[in-house]
Design a protein around this ligand. Structure first.
Ligand code: UDP
Ligand code: MG
Length: 310
C-alpha cells in the first residue's frame, strides 16, 4: 500500500492555548503523507477550544472537529474520534503536546511493517511527577493482577490502530470504556515504541486524583470478575480462621485452660468480620453498578456539532 490516509484523533478538553502549537508541530509531520485528516474531539470545553477549532477548520479543511454537548471524558472523546475516523490507520494522541507528534513517522513505519497496533510506552522522566510515577506503576500492577492481562507498564493512549482494528473496536458495545485494556484485549499484531513524555505545553492536567482513582477502579473491575472471587476467598479464609478460633476456645474451656473472658477479643472478631462484609459488599456493589449502567444502553456520547458528513 503506497497511498494511504492517516487519521489523527485528538481529544481536547480546555486546550485552547495548545491547539495552534500542536498543529504547528503536527502538520509538518502529516504533510509528508499522501492524505490525512485531523479529528479534534472537543469534550465539552469551557474555554475557547471550539473557537480555535473552527478557525483551524476554516484555514485547513483537513482539520475537523467533533464537539460534545458536555464533558463526557477522555475515553469517550477517543471513542468518538475513532468512530468517525476514515483513515487507513488511526492515530490517537493528547492535545497538550505531551505526546511528541514526531513519533508518528515511527508509528507509521511499524504499521507498514505489518503491525496492526503500534502503541507507545512512556519512559519515566523528570517531566513526570513522582506522584504520577508511583500511582501509575501501582495501577498497572493492580490491573494485571485482577484482569490477568499483562498490560505493559506506562502504556499511553498514544497509539496507531489499523482500520480493521478500529472497526472491531467501534463494534464493542460496552459503555464503560477503558481503551488501554480494550485495545490490549483485542489482540492483533502489536508493537510497542518507547517515548519520552514532554511537559504539558499550556494549561493544567484535568486528571485529578479523584478522576485517576475512578479510572483505575473502572480498569480493574471492568475486565474480570476476579475481585468478586477474591472476596469469596477472603470470606472463606476468615470464616475458617473464626472456626478454628472457636474450636480452640472451646477446647480451653472444656479441658480447663485459661479462657480470656474480656470483650476485646470478641470486639476484634466482630470488627474484622464487619469490615470484611462491608468490603465484599463494596465489590459486589461495584459490579451491580456496572450492570446497572450497561443495562441503560445509553449512547456513549452526544455530538453537538461536527464538520464531518456521514
Ligand atoms: N481530556 C478530555 N476530556 C477530559 C479530560 C481530558 O478529552 O475530561 C483530554 C485532554 O484534553 C488531553 C488528554 O485528554 O488531550 C489527556 O488529558 P490530561 O493532559 O489532562 O491528562 P494527563 O496527561 O495529565 O494524564
Ligand atoms: Mg496531559
Amino acid at each position: 500500500m503506497t497511498e494511504f490516509k492517516v487519521s489523527v484523533v485528538i481529544p481536547a478538553y480546555n486546550e485552547a492555548e495548545n491547539i495552534e502549537a500542536l498543529l504547528n508541530r503536527l502538520l509538518p509531520v502529516l504533510n509528508k503523507y499522501h492524505e490525512y485528516e485531523v479529528i479534534f474531539v472537543d469534550d465539552g470545553s469551557q474555554d475557547d477550544t471550539l473557537i480555535k477549532l473552527e478557525e483551524a477548520h476554516a484555514k485547513n479543511e483537513k482539520i475537523n472537529y467533533i464537539s460534545f454537548s458536555r464533558n463526557f471524558g477522555h475515553q469517550y472523546a477517543l471513542r468518538a474520534g475513532i468512530d468517525y475516523a476514515t483513515g487507513d490507520c488511526v492515530i490517537s494522541m493528547d492535545g497538550d503536546l505531551q505526546h511528541p507528534p514526531e513519533l508518528i513517522d515511527e508509528m507509521i513505519k511499524g504499521w507498514q511493517d505489518g503491525f496492526d497496533i503500534v502503541y507507545t510506552i512512556r519512559k519515566d522522566t523528570e517531566n513526570v511527577s513522582v506522584f504520577k510515577k508511583v500511582t501509575s506503576n501501582l495501577f498497572y500492577k493492580v490491573f494485571s493482577f485482577f484482569s490477568g492481562l499483562k498490560l505493559p507498564q506506562g502504556s499511553a493512549d498514544f497509539r496507531l490502530m489499523d482500520k480493521k482494528v478500529c472497526e472491531v473496536f467501534s463494534s464493542l458495545k460496552e459503555n464503560n470504556l477503558f481503551l488501554r485494556g480494550m485495545v490490549f484485549w483485542m489482540g492483533f499484531k502489536q508493537k510497542a515504541i518507547p517515548y519520552t513524555a514532554e511537559k504539558r505545553f499550556a494549561g493544567k492536567s484535568s486528571y485529578t486524583l479523584r478522576k485517576m482513582f475512578a479510572f483505575a477502579l473502572l480498569g480493574a473491575t471492568s475486565f474480570s470478575v476476579k475481585p468478586l472471587r477474591l472476596a469469596i476467598y477472603l470470606g472463606l479464609f476468615i470464616a475458617t480462621f473464626g472456626g478454628l478460633f472457636t474450636a480452640y476456645v472451646l477446647y480451653q474451656k472444656l479441658f480447663g485452660g485459661s479462657v480470656i473472658t474480656g470483650w476485646a477479643s470478641l470486639m476484634s472478631v466482630v470488627l474484622i468480620l464487619g469490615g470484611v462484609q462491608l468490603f465484599m459488599m463494596g465489590i459486589i456493589g461495584e459490579y451491580i453498578g456496572m450492570i446497572f449502567m450497561e443495562t441503560k444502553k445509553r449512547p456513549k456520547y452526544i455530538v453537538k456539532k461536527t464538520t464531518i458528513v456521514k
